[in-house]
Design a protein around this ligand. Structure first.
Ligand code: 13P
Ligand code: SF4
Length: 364
């Protein structure tokens, strides 16, 4: 064991092929002491080293079931936090680059949510009437807020079931941070658009009148994912003109208009399954992150399927992209040398209530 942790700096100049060899060697040395989880948006050079890949829900379950001492999460920060919260106390959650955050998750913080709750409580009895629901793309303290206010976490896979659960308990939902997932799921459940209001966290009372709050069924936080907001209805209209029998599939973080024009809407795992199970020779327009779409395009070319990215612009999750083979080699070789670097650890008081909200979700 080396006395101090290995420095990151020399890894920056390694080429991807050298990293590859070193990652494989370090994984072999660690054996089943380590598990690598890879989100679908991860770049190929990292994704190929994952023991398990999946969407947020699937990877949360993998983290909860894992026996490994070290969970190396190739994704973004909130995912590694979830792994820390739901794994055993002796397991260690690690993210190769601590700056790999989620820009949408950063659009809601605890101070803003607590202020919103206090302002809503000045209009109605919030604890009686409102279930707070946080998308898993959020910081641990927001999950903790939901856990301690009778609320719950959802992912893009289970949002409808979670909203059913929430409405069976209280008449309204405060949904944060992604307005689009909230709106698209609400519409799918038959909730009229006029029963949903936007909570603008930069304005007093969310920019709403008292009567609007009283009337609303869903109060949607004004957050969004800039990657998914790049997709526009005209991209679909152009595609439909050019490929009339082509199919369109989008992630529910895309806008209402895009989801309405799409043939299918669902999580990354759903998108992969739907296209993989489709007829050979089919042509798809896909509204989600570029790394995933490129991977589908390459792997399904053998079935003569065409998988096309929705936007003419490049829409990559730039924060997920920060996890590169150089950082992965660095964290793994440190583990081999007996050092934990880039541990993601959630304070126990926050983790306890966050776990409550996550477990409510995992039980549904
Ligand atoms: P999934 O749960 O569908 O993988 O989505 C996570 C995400 O961050 C999408 O932007
Ligand atoms: Fe967050 Fe958007 Fe990246 Fe998903 S794609 S992790 S929502 S920034």
């Amino acid at each position: 064991m080396s006395a101090t942790a290995l420095d990151l700096q020399p890894y920056a100049s390694l080429d991807d092929r050298d990293c590859d060899k070193r990652i494989i060697k370090a994984k072999q040395a660690l054996g089943n002491r380590v598990v690598i989880l890879g989100h679908h948006y991860q770049r190929d050079e990292v994704f190929k080293h994952a023991d398990y890949s999946g969407d947020s829900l699937k990877l949360s379950r993998e983290a909860a079931n894992s026996e490994a001492e070290y969970i190396v999460f190739c994704g973004v920060h909130f995912m590694a936090e979830v792994a820390d919260i739901i794994s055993r106390p002796d397991q260690i959650s690690i993210i190769p680059d601590l700056s790999a955050g989620c820009a949408m998750a950063d659009m809601a913080n605890l101070e803003q949510v607590e202020r919103a709750w206090a302002e809503l409580s000045s209009v109605l009895d919030a604890d009686e009437c409102i279930t707070p629901v946080t998308y898993i793309n959020s910081a641990a303290d927001l999950k903790s807020f939901c856990g301690s206010h009778g609320g719950i976490v959802c992912t893009s896979t289970n949002a409808q079931k979670i909203l059913d659960w929430s409405f069976s308990r209280r008449e309204k939902v405060l949904f944060f941070p992604d307005q689009h997932l909230g709106r698209n799921t609400g519409v799918k459940m038959g909730i009229p658009l006029e029963d949903m209001v936007i909570w603008d966290y930069d304005q007093p009372m969310g920019g709403l009148e008292t009567e609007q709050i009283r009337q609303a069924k869903m109060i949607l936080w004004k957050g969004f994912c800039s990657v998914h907001q790049m997709f526009k209805p005209e991209h679909i209209e152009n595609f439909k003109r050019e490929v009339p029998d082509g199919k369109v599939i989008s992630h529910p973080e895309a806008s209402y208009e895009v989801c309405q024009l799409s043939d299918y809407v669902g999580s990354t795992e759903y998108i992969i399954k739907t296209i993989t199970d489709s007829e050979p020779g089919s042509h798809w327009l896909v509204g989600t992150e570029l790394n995933l779409v490129n991977r589908l395009h390459q792997t399904l070319a053998k079935d003569n399927k065409t998988v096309q990215f929705m936007s003419p612009m490049v829409c990559m999750c730039s924060t997920m992209f920060r996890v590169d083979p150089q950082h992965l080699a660095w964290v793994l070789e440190n583990l081999v040398a007996g050092h934990v670097v880039n541990q993601v650890s959630v304070a126990e008081d926050v983790a306890n209530n966050a776990r409550t909200a996550l477990q409510r979700m995992l039980e549904i």
